[in-house]
Design a protein around this ligand. Structure first.
Ligand code: ADP
Ligand code: ADP
Length: 234
């Protein structure tokens, strides 16, 4: 059974008399342990899809099944719980809490995830070492470069070892070295920790590291191709 199933998703944004169909009959599945990229031009519905899959907004129609659970059968609280326990989010704009240190940003994500066991220091150390930010943990986001902030955001997303990692333009604002580090970490999460990764990007080169690439245009999935599964070395 696929870990993500999207069936005939439609999302209409309305403001007054203006209607925008951001998604139209978008259907696809992602297998457990797969790395899938979604590429498409600006305005093609990628972020809308990301928010729907993350349970952050509701579809106008259609069905989303995550790990065998149909979103439609969950109330808001249950959907939030599912999101916090199963999904790690990475955003283009990092979305770190500005008044907290890197370490506190990571800790907070862990404590709201519903995990009952305390955060394993060795796991955190391992994760931040892999990302090259172990010596930056006492700094606030404003004291970190964009690339370092995104690495903290990746640590925050991965610290709970989520089954699914949803990344929306994770390399959008980064220089090449940071971008490669982020892609390498996503790839490692997928290969070594069997996490399912769904990455949205408009960068074809970044997209090519996936097992499979879905193309979007005008709110629809218009094509599927095999990715190179290219290995990134930073
Ligand atoms: P992408 O991520 O591929 O750039 P989006 O999902 O952001 O695409 O947008 C798809 C379409 O939906 C665009 O036409 C966009 O203008 C519109 N849209 C996105 N969010 C909203 C919103 N909150 N209200 C109205 N229209 C929106
Ligand atoms: P709740 O539904 O409990 O208020 P939150 O909105 O705090 O949940 O978000 C839960 C998780 O989803 C957090 O890890 C947060 O990073 C992410 N998230 C939710 N909505 C957004 C958003 N609009 N922008 C950035 N991150 C978001």
């Amino acid at each position: 059974q696929p870990i993500i199933q999207a069936e005939q998703l439609e999302k209409v944004y309305r403001s007054g008399k203006v209607e925008v169909k951001a998604l139209q009959s978008a259907s696809f599945t992602v297998e457990r342990g797969e790395f899938v990229s979604i590429v498409g031009p600006s305005g093609s519905g990628k972020s809308t899809l990301f928010y729907l899959l993350g349970g952050l907004t509701q579809a106008t129609s259609g069905r989303i099944v995550i790990d065998g659970v149909d979103f439609a059968t969950l109330n808001d609280a249950e959907r939030t719980k599912m999101r916090k326990s199963k999904i790690g989010f990475v955003f283009q704009k990092f979305n770190l809490l500005p008044t907290l240190t890197a370490r506190q940003n990571i800790d907070i994500a862990y404590s709201i995830s519903g995990r009952t066991e305390p955060l394993d220091e060795a796991h955190l150390r391992n994760l931040t070492d892999m990302l090259g930010i172990s010596d930056r943990l006492d700094h606030r986001p404003s004291e970190l470069s964009g690339g370092q902030q995104q690495r903290v955001a990746i640590a925050r997303a991965l610290v709970t070892q989520p089954a699914i990692i949803l990344a929306d333009e994770p390399t959008g604002n980064l220089d090449t070295a940071s971008s490669d580090a982020v892609l390498e970490m996503l790839q490692r999460s997928n290969r070594d920790y069997k996490q399912t990764v769904l990455m949205i990007t408009h960068n074809p080169e970044a997209a090519s590291i996936a097992d499979r690439i879905l193309h979007m245009r005008d709110g629809r999935i218009t094509g599927v191709e095999a990715g190179a599964g290219r290995v990134i070395h930073s």
